[in-house]
Design a protein around this ligand. Sequence first.
Ligand code: PMP
Length: 287
Amino acid sequence: MSCYLNGRFLPLADAKVPALDRGFVFGDGVYELVPVYSRKPFRLDDHLRRLQGSLDGIRLANPHEVSEWHELIVELIDLQDFADQSVYIQVTRGAPAEGQPPRDHALPKGVQPTVFMFAQPLVTASPAQKAAGVCAVSAADNRWLRCDIKATSLLANILLRQQAVDAECAETVMLRDGFLTEGAASNIFVVKDGVLLAPPPSNLMLTGITYDVVLELAAAHGIPHAVRAISEAEVRSADELWMTSSTREVMAIVKLDGVPVGAGVPGPLAQRMDALYQTFKQEVMRA
Ligand code: PMP
């Protein structure tokens, strides 16, 4: 499996970064995950825009122009021997230079960022998994207030996701001050009385690329929808609850904290949106 590190393509096992890299010492970096279908990156420009937003959020200059990112990502994709991929992109603030303090919170000057990318086979849910849906647990969102930055420091998300794993569930649905934010690694949608509800983008959540596509598809296909704050009571009385992400796509949550969501099976709108999403993917790949 080939990866990319600071200007070179090399086997993943040979990729080495200095121990003082701020990504390792502080979690001082940002990342993206781009799904690739039949060797075509999905919504790459949207991912690169979000990467730029994350870099701006942590005051780190983008080491590459958009066209350079395109070239590097296309080359990485070509080097893999599998067609459907998930490409992970990480940019950290790099390792302090000679003569600089080895570990100092303050932003170092004149340091080259570390750029690391690798590709894995993309594994999306099977039709059987989609038909079954998944269970989720809820938890208080105890993350920082810049959840719009896709930061590599994911400790809170990891611990929150583990609560779901411990309950043999797929996701943790997070609530802050009585309102829905998102999942530990996904966005959450609610369906009530035929209306699709999505929480509004803010510093309290990461706006998913899948989230955007779902809302675009809802608009394009006349599905009633609203982007607004969603209360915990609305989450708990939802007819349908979905999690969305690049790898999970549109996945119905059929049980929350052990209580069935709606009828306790994937709802009609989840199935319709998943079908629209699959068709949309195919169209993008053919384009
Ligand atoms: N929120 C969080 C916290 C995530 O980790 C993810 C997955 N990257 C998402 C939302 C969904 O984003 P996307 O649809 O771009 O995968």
